[in-house]
Design a protein around this ligand. Structure first.
Ligand code: DAK
Length: 261
């Protein structure tokens, strides 16, 4: 039995973490299933992924405290690496990943959402980094990605205080892009994913890579990264078709297979 289910609707894959009895908390098995689920996505046919949690209460309520409570230093380090590796795989997954945060996103849950490209949430969502209350630091990128997303001041406040914030506050500080009534969240995620999936796939992939890689380096090097990825779009089917269709006022048909020709 897997703790992660994948459903493909058209060009969108919906990946659901399915351990609702523990509020979808991440134990080593869930992390392994999550890794397997992403690796099984057919990147030739799927153009956008939605990541969410099963049930109405929780996206992911953090790393599994029961599993962690007895870990040795070596096991803790290995667990941190397992999480960091899969979160980084999601962050650098060639196609966009939308987190549809349907409830608690605490600790590893907030960190998982932050490894996605875009976060939208339900009006019931709760975000926080409670780790210091448990005697640990955030271990799946929370000390790094939160500051990059919302700025150092607010990130430090959340991490040091271990206080949770609600959906409206998450929207105000830019942790999420939009808030929806719970019942409308998945439709909104699907609408956005479908819009993304209809755009030129090589261009969308190159945009993700340009933004991700460029943010890590100085502006001069970042612009070189952009130039290279911009150049890579030329002579592709999508560039030829997209521009020809603009000129002839027809609707472009993005190519389904990802080859640079
Ligand atoms: N782990 C394990 N089980 C959890 C859980 C979690 N994080 N969160 C909830 N559950 C389980 C509860 O134990 C309960 O199970 P049963 O007792 O029914 O068997 C069930 O889910 C329902 O939870 P509650 O009964 O507590 O539900 P409530 O609505 O009353 O409260 C809550 C919901 C989310 C406020 C509460 O469950 C809660 O505070 N949960 C813990 C949230 C939390 O502290 N999350 C952060 C975990 S720490 C690292 C790697 C990773 C990390 C750090 C370091 N390295 C290796 C360096 C990451 C750390 C974390 O994420």
């Amino acid at each position: 039995m897997s703790f992660v289910n994948t459903e493909v609707q058209g060009a969108v894959a919906i990946v659901t973490i399915d351990r609702p009895k523990a509020l979808n908390a991440l134990n080593p098995e869930v992390l392994a299933d999550l890794k397997a689920a992403f690796e099984a996505i057919d990147q030739n046919t799927v153009r956008c992924v939605i990541l969410t949690g099963a049930g109405e209460k929780s996206f992911v309520a953090g790393a599994d405290i029961g599993s962690m409570s007895t870990m040795t230093k070596a096991e803790g380090e290995a667990f941190g690496k397992l999480g960091n590796d899969i979160f980084r795989e999601i962050e650098t997954f060639p196609i966009p990943v939308i987190a549809a945060v349907n409830g608690f996103a605490l600790g590893g849950g907030n960190e998982l959402a932050m490894s996605c490209d875009i976060r939208i949430c339900s009006d019931t969502a709760v975000f926080g980094q409670p780790e210091v209350g448990l005697g640990i630091t955030p271990g799946f990128g929370g000390t790094q990605r939160l500051a990059r997303l919302v700025g150092m001041g607010y990130a430090k406040q959340m991490v040091y205080s271990a206080l949770n914030i609600d959906a409206a506050e998450a929207l105000r500080i830019g942790l999420v892009n939009a808030v929806y009534p719970q019942a409308e969240l998945m439709d909104a995620a699907m609408k956005l994913a479908t819009k993304i999936s209809r755009n030129a796939p090589i261009a969308v992939r190159n945009c993700k890579k340009a933004i991700n890689d460029g943010i890590q380096v100085n502006i001069d090097d970042a612009l070189v990264i952009e130039e290279k990825l911009f150049g890579d779009c030329f002579e592709t089917h999508d560039q030829r078709e997209g521009m020809a269709c603009f000129l002839s006022r027809e609707k472009p048909k993005p190519k389904a297979v990802f080859t640079n020709n």
